[in-house]
Every structure is written in structure tokens, then in C-alpha cells.
Design a protein. Structure first.
Length: 320
């Protein structure tokens, strides 16, 4: 009897014959030739797998790909639990035949990375040999482009009714047009593409309003791989509401001889609808009709608060 140590040679032989030579009997006679016959088989060849993520890239326009698993031989015990996805998830795991399987890999939204699907070693071939691992990778770009909107001027008014607006995207974009802009409290003009990820426009505030204006970018654009853009906005304080005179009050409804110099003064109090410029650079002018210059001479003017102006006049006997 010959005894042999068995090692994992990673081979597959369907038939192994045994030949016997070189033996002699006790008298020294050589054995006759022996005709070899198949005695046993060897299968220590571990099954392998070729993983193929069919699509080369995945993005918002094409977020999923078929994945095929082709084994070198029929296998057993291969389940969805043997799959490890990176950067996505697995669904629709299907056995096609003994050595072919398929699944669907869907990339996670909002990331840009290299995804993969890996087969572990939890399966065997039909003789029980442990399976080997296999993997494939795919480029994922589902990172949605963002935009920073900047209305450059902090405030808009009659003196400065317009502002430059800049649009800076996180990457190059396509399909971004003036139609993607929504202005509030004004209008857009001079829409210009500077380069692939930079645009400008002009925002002009509507006259006659006091409000918070804004320019908003919608989601109608994409990056160059087809990922949907995200919205962005900026605001600006608008005051193009022109002040009005709310009241004019004379302190004396009738000037007579009694209202002579040294006895009285005449004042006109003007109230406005909002706070005014009170530094003397834009004081109001009070005009009388008919002309009363022979009776009233302007003496001084002063703001008693932000929206009230008082004009003071000296009174003369103009005999009118």
C-alpha cells in the first residue's frame, strides 16, 4: 500500500489512472506489465468569477447599470449577500443559469467617486471548492452642481437703481439661460456667459416700491454629465418709493397788523411720509401763491425730527 499526502494543487482532473511498475517477487522476477485504469478524479480548482458593471459611467441621467457575474463553472450558495457594493446599492439579483447571474447597481445620489461591486468567497463549486473573489468598478458622478448668486450692491434706490449680479457655479454647466432666472422686485438684463461656470447679469429695481428684491436661479440647468442643478438666490434691499408730503400746517391762519416784527413769527410745518435727508443738503422749498414776499421773509428752516420740517418767517406789514 502506497500512502500520499494530499495538497490543494488548484487543479481539475476528471480521470486519474494508476500504473504500477518496478516490483519484483521474492525470487527476483520482475512484475508483468500492468494496464493502467482510471481510478479516481481530482478537483481542487477553485471557481473564479468575472464581474462586469456594464455601464462605464453613472450620473443623474443614467444612475443604474446592469451587472453580470460569469463564473468559471457552476456554483452553489451564491446569493445577493455575497455582494458588497460601494457607492451604490444592489437590486434585481437574478440567477440566469448555474454559472451566470445578474443584478442592478444604482449609484447613490449626491456623490462623485469610484463605485464598485465585489463578490466575496462565500460560494463554492458543486464539489465544494471555495470560490475566489472578483470585483469591477465604475465612475460615479451624481454630485449636483451648485450656484452662488451675488447681487453686488447691498441696496438699490433712485440714485442707484441697478446692480451687477454674478452667478458662480461649482463646475461647468450646460443649459443655463436667462429663462432660469426669477427676479423679484425688478427685472433682468445683459445676461452674459463669462466662461463654463461663470455668468453675469444686471438687476434693475422697479420704481415706486420699497421691498426686498431677489434673483433666484432655478434647477433647469445641468452639469456636463447631466446632473440636475440646484437652486440659488440672493436678496437686496430696495427703496425706490418716493416720499410724499402728508401735511402742511401754517401756525397762523390769518396775518394781521398785529403780526408785526417783534410781535410774532410765522411758521410752516411740513410732514413727510418717511425719514428724509436732514443734513441741510436737501431741505424742502416752501412756495407761496400768490407771492407774499412783501409780508413774509424766510428766517430759518430746521428738521424737528426725521420726517418733519419747520420753516420760520419774519412778518412785515406788506399792506396786502
Amino acid at each position: 500500500m502506497a500512502t500520499y499526502d494530499v495538497a490543494d494543487g488548484n487543479v481539475d482532473h476528471d480521470s486519474v489512472t494508476i500504473d504500477v511498475t518496478g516490483a519484483k517477487d521474492a525470487s527476483g522476477n520482475a512484475q508483468q506489465d500492468y494496464t493502467p485504469e482510471s481510478e479516481f478524479a481530482i478537483d481542487t480548482l477553485n471557481p473564479t468569477v468575472l464581474v462586469n458593471i456594464v455601464d462605464l459611467t453613472l450620473n443623474d441621467a443614467d444612475p443604474s447599470s446592469l451587472v453580470t457575474f460569469e463564473f468559471s463553472e457552476d456554483v452553489t450558495g451564491f446569493t445577493v449577500g455575497d455582494l458588497t457594493p460601494v457607492g451604490g446599492s444592489i437590486s434585481d439579483f437574478t440567477a440566469v443559469d448555474g454559472n451566470s447571474y445578474t443584478a442592478t447597481f444604482t449609484a447613490t445620489d449626491g456623490i462623485e467617486t469610484t463605485g464598485s461591486v465585489t463578490v466575496g468567497t462565500g460560494y463554492t463549486d458543486v464539489t465544494g471548492n471555495t470560490g475566489t473573489a472578483g470585483t469591477d468598478t465604475v465612475a460615479i458622478d451624481r454630485l449636483n452642481p451648485t450656484v452662488l448668486v451675488n447681487i453686488v450692491d447691498l441696496t438699490l434706490n433712485d440714485t442707484d437703481p441697478s446692480s451687477l449680479v454674478t452667478f458662480e457655479f461649482s463646475e461647468d454647466v450646460t443649459g443655463f439661460t436667462v429663462g432660469d432666472l426669477t427676479p423679484v422686485g425688478g427685472s433682468i438684463s445683459d445676461f452674459t456667459a463669462v466662461d463654463g461656470n461663470s455668468y453675469t447679469a444686471t438687476f434693475t429695481a422697479t420704481d415706486g416700491i420699497e421691498t426686498t428684491g431677489s434673483v433666484t436661479v432655478g434647477t433647469g440647468y445641468t452639469d456636463v454629465t447631466g446632473n440636475t442643478g440646484t437652486a440659488g438666490t440672493d436678496t437686496v434691499a430696495i427703496d425706490r418709493l418716493n416720499p410724499t408730503v402728508t401735511s402742511v400746517v401754517a401756525n397762523d391762519p390769518l396775518i394781521t397788523d398785529a403780526d408785526t416784527p417783534g410781535n410774532d413769527t410765522f411758521t410752516v410745518t411740513v410732514d413727510f411720509s418717511e425719514a428724509m435727508t436732514t443734513d441741510g443738503s436737501a431741505d424742502p422749498t416752501v412756495v407761496f401763491a400768490p407771492a407774499v414776499a412783501s409780508t413774509l421773509t424766510f428766517a430759518s428752516g430746521a428738521w424737528t425730527d426725521a420726517d418733519t420740517y419747520v420753516a420760520t418767517y419774519a412778518v412785515a406789514d406788506g399792506n396786502v
